[in-house]
Design a protein. Structure first.
Length: 252
């Protein structure tokens, strides 16, 4: 899949989103991964994270992925979200062959289809909460006033309408993560990828952030994949998968 310009890439992706396939195949998996392999070349030789990994995620699922550190959970999210490429295998996400996108197409795909939340919020310290949330819309070419209006609506949805002018350093850890969640969803993505979104928070705050994520997942019809070490939170998801030995297994 090759496009001449970023505009052409964006148009193609929007057409795919609006196609009859999306309307007629509501039950079709949003994510299909087949025979995935990811190998890194190191000074000590090859390091293979995945080999023969399979994954199917249906629309509306909230899937938790658990496993020991170093098994490749974050790398798997990066591949699903077109931030990294597999060594082999096929990765279809939101009707797009993610593994076949060039860097420009991948950037367009990420901006239109994927929302990301990380363990660290990655908010820009010199900008207000509203400006941080508006960034993805500004990157799409939306006017500043309209983008800030949309951002303000999302801050209201995450309970921070009275903090829109505060900079990240003036917010608590939980508030920063709420802003990050609003930023992830401001572009109305279909897929939310969350990598340890409560990992830096105390237990009480983590529980509230997860409850917010659950609510937004349901009210906005999202499909969500959550990487977490918190087994209590994982148990509240639609299903839990354990990444072990380079493959995903249904958690007991």
């Amino acid at each position: 899949m090759v496009f001449d310009t970023p505009a052409a890439a964006g148009t193609a992706i929007r057409l795919m989103r609006q196609s009859d396939v999306r309307v007629q195949e509501k039950s079709k998996p949003l994510i299909q991964v087949h025979n995935l392999e990811k190998t890194y070349r190191t000074s000590r030789g090859a390091l293979t994270l995945f080999q023969g990994l399979e994954l199917t995620v249906n629309p509306g699922e909230l899937v938790a992925i658990v496993g020991q550190s170093g098994t490749g959970k974050s790398t798997l999210l990066h591949i699903l979200g077109a931030l990294d490429a597999p060594t082999a295998g096929t990765v279809h996400c939101a009707s797009i062959n993610v593994a076949g996108l060039n860097p420009r197409e991948a950037a367009t795909f990420r901006n239109s289809e994927i929302g990301y939340v990380w363990q660290f919020h990655y908010l820009l310290p010199e900008f207000s909460a509203a400006e941080n949330v508006a960034m993805p819309l500004l990157a799409r070419g939306m006017g500043r006033r309209e983008a800030l209006d949309v951002a303000s609506n999302w801050l209201r949805e995450v309970g921070l309408e009275d903090r829109s002018e505060h900079r990240p350093g003036e917010l608590s850890g939980g508030e920063q993560q709420r802003v990050a969640l609003a930023r992830a969803l401001v572009g109305n993505p279909r897929l939310l990828l969350a990598d340890e979104p409560t990992g830096d928070l105390d237990e009480s705050t983590a529980g509230r952030i997860f409850e917010l994520l659950e609510r937004l997942h349901l009210t906005h019809g999202l499909t969500s994949i959550l990487v977490t070490h918190n087994l209590d939170l994982a148990a509240r998801c639609t299903r839990t998968l354990r990444l072990e030995g380079g493959r995903l297994h249904a958690a007991a």
